[in-house]
Ligand binder design. Sequence first.
Ligand code: NAD
Length: 363
Amino acid sequence: MPRHSVTLIPGDGVGPEICEASTRVLEATGVEFDWDIQQAGENVMAEHGTPLPKHVLDSIRRTGVALKGPITTPVGTGFRSVNVALRQELELYACVRPIKAYEGARNLRDDLDFVIIRENSEDIYAGIEFERGTPDCDRLLSEISQLSGKRIQPDSGLSIKPISVSGSERIVQYAFDYARQYHRRKVTLVHKANIMKHTDGLFLAVGREVAQRNSDLQFEDRIVDNMCMQLVLRPTEYDVLCCPNLYGDIISDLGAGMIGGLGLAPGANIGVNGAVFEATHGSAPKYTGQNKVNPMAVMLSGVLLLRHLQEVEAGDALESAIAGVIAEGRSLTYDLKADRNDPTAVGTSQVADAIIERLEAAA
Ligand code: NAD
């Protein structure tokens, strides 16, 4: 079996402990890794003058794949989110978030199995913003008023929402490719084209064109507000959802809530210059160093990583070991318990021990 070079970014907050638990279970599958450990975030600012040093990006460009813990974005310091910067620098344009109900988890219902493909680089998340009252904002406000013939309140701030033909084409094609690779049947494009004709409308029009070239799979579209209701009422009718950035962000958390919370919501950011696997959740700073939070979202991101590396059998084995531990219900962290103060909840590292025990028993 080949060894795999993988960049490991432990992150901060609870990141290092959940990454340690996750690398232990990944190694217990028998797949061999050379971890290139790289630090990013506020803690490296003093030494490197940036929260995302060039050598971290170079490592991912070299290995092509990273497992990443969450990284805190300090409020009010002016530095960009490392997580967003990483996606932009490496052009990680597709965020993949499977929503799958595991037996024994606190699911809304037990037959949930759909995947959210979120566009990662455009939309209101592009970070093009103008602060209320600044000369640039005032200039833009008057320019827009002139061009559109509509008056905007002079005390407004502005966030710009660009959606391009090329960006839309790339993400919708990715959604079809993903559906085909993972034996799914349908892509549903999510939008608000009835209101935002030149951004969401463009996304939908391009999506329809791409669908014509992928006619072996079903295609449909849903307006985002209806999509949210449909997911709660009739989730099994949906398979792969393809969303612009903001709706993908919101629907991801809706989905995470449907399967018992952020502790079970994995993710992958796939792009031109590599793939970064990370949980949907953040660094939960109040639990740092307490061996308390659920490592399963990072572990399930590790399952996606294994499949990405073509280690499909190992990925399946790890997923079924995690599912077994959830179904058994003995070695679960507080967030998977009905009562968050349940004294039978175990810690982060005990979850890893229980999963490793299952992997070893199945081997
Ligand atoms: P968060 O996801 O860190 O935590 C919110 C709450 O969810 C926690 O207090 C905890 O109760 C629960 N939670 C989260 N992960 C859990 C786990 N694995 N097990 C059990 N419970 C869990 O969200 P936040 O508090 O909004 O963000 C904290 C920091 O993380 C912020 O600085 C934010 O910018 C950053 N963040 C980073 C990423 C990333 O690295 N990709 C993603 C989201 C947020």
